[in-house]
Design a protein around this ligand. Structure first.
Ligand code: CAA
Length: 271
């Protein structure tokens, strides 16, 4: 998702962007994917070759957080794991400019908790993009308990400049998108687990019966079963409400390394 966010920031907003990943393979792959997207858009006459070239020049890469010492606005999109995110924010706090805004693309973790890892909780905010970022129009903005109004306003301005529509949501587990989406996906996996219907029939029912672009199980594979499970755990652990209990089959798939499209096998096989 980080690449999608960087791509839109450069291609739509025309801002210089630094794409960071500790793994050089990932930043190299990101640049290759960005080039593919640009070529496709030039081929469809959506943008000119000159526009694409400027986008390429706006995006640089780094493989260390220290490469972010000059940036004004960070959008973190690491794995959906509280320990990983708090460690990153602790480091960003000491590396980045004192007035830099530190946003997290977390899909469910408390912004207030992430902000507590820094000494500038008023400058930390949630900016939840949807996948695929270049296509999906929404950004959920989540101010933490201590986020300042100025930071909220600047975040909204940036998201709108990226061509997105914003909603503002309080810092509750799952925010709005995943508070609704993940129990729906979890319930679909429960139906599959109980063998009440096949995966294909569950998906076809929702696709053709309710005009969803993808059925819930296809969508779960697309998002990543590990991400779906992590979000269900956040909902369950932070509300204590049994209606958010993660489905055992979802846990089993993740234990098996069947993470969805990205691993070649999830609910469906992609070999
Ligand atoms: N990156 C960039 N562009 C992409 C893309 C990607 N990964 N995947 C598809 N696209 C583009 C295609 O290039 C195409 O663009 P053009 O119209 O310019 O050709 C356009 O999207 C449509 O793609 P396709 O024709 O291949 O396929 P489609 O019509 O079936 O659309 C889809 C694909 C947009 C992914 C659609 O199936 C869809 O909307 N699915 C649901 C997506 C969704 O619900 N996302 C939210 C997930 S939840 C989340 O992200 C939050 C979280 O915290 C878990």
């Amino acid at each position: 998702m980080g690449l999608g966010i960087a791509y839109v920031a450069a291609n739509v907003t025309r801002l210089p962007v630094v794409l960071m990943d500790i793994n050089k393979d990932q930043t190299d792959k990101g640049i290759q994917f960005m080039n593919k997207l640009l070529e496709k858009d030039v081929g469809k006459n959506k943008i000119t070759a000159e526009h694409a070239q400027v986008t390429r020049e706006l995006v640089s890469t780094t493989n260390s957080l220290t490469g972010l010492s000059d940036v004004d606005f960070i959008i973190e999109a690491a794995s959906e794991n509280l320990n990983i995110k708090t460690a990153i924010f602790r480091d960003l706090d000491s590396i980045c400019k004192s007035d830099a805004i530190l946003a997290s693309n977390t899909s469910s973790i408390s912004i207030t908790k992430i902000a507590a890892a820094t000494k500038k909780a008023d400058q930390v905010i949630g900016m939840h993009f949807m996948n695929p970022v270049p296509v999906m129009k929404l950004v959920e903005i989540i101010p933490g308990l201590q986020t300042s109004t100025a930071v909220l306003d600047q975040t909204r301005t940036l998201a709108e400049a990226m061509g997105k529509t914003c909603t503002v949501v309080k810092d509750i587990p799952g925010f709005v998108a995943n508070r609704l989406l993940m129990p729906y996906i979890n319930e679909a996996v429960m139906l599959l687990e109980s063998e009440f219907a096949s995966a294909e029939d569950i998906d076809t029912t929702m696709k053709l019966g309710t005009n969803m672009p993808m059925g819930p199980l296809t969508l779960a594979d697309f998002i990543g079963l590990d991400t779906c499970l992590a979000i269900m755990k956040v909902l369950y652990e932070n509300t204590g409400d049994s209606k958010y209990r993660p489905c055992v089959l979802l846990q089993k798939f993740v234990d098996a390394g069947w993470l969805g499209k990205k691993s070649g096998r999830g609910i469906y096989s992609y070999k």
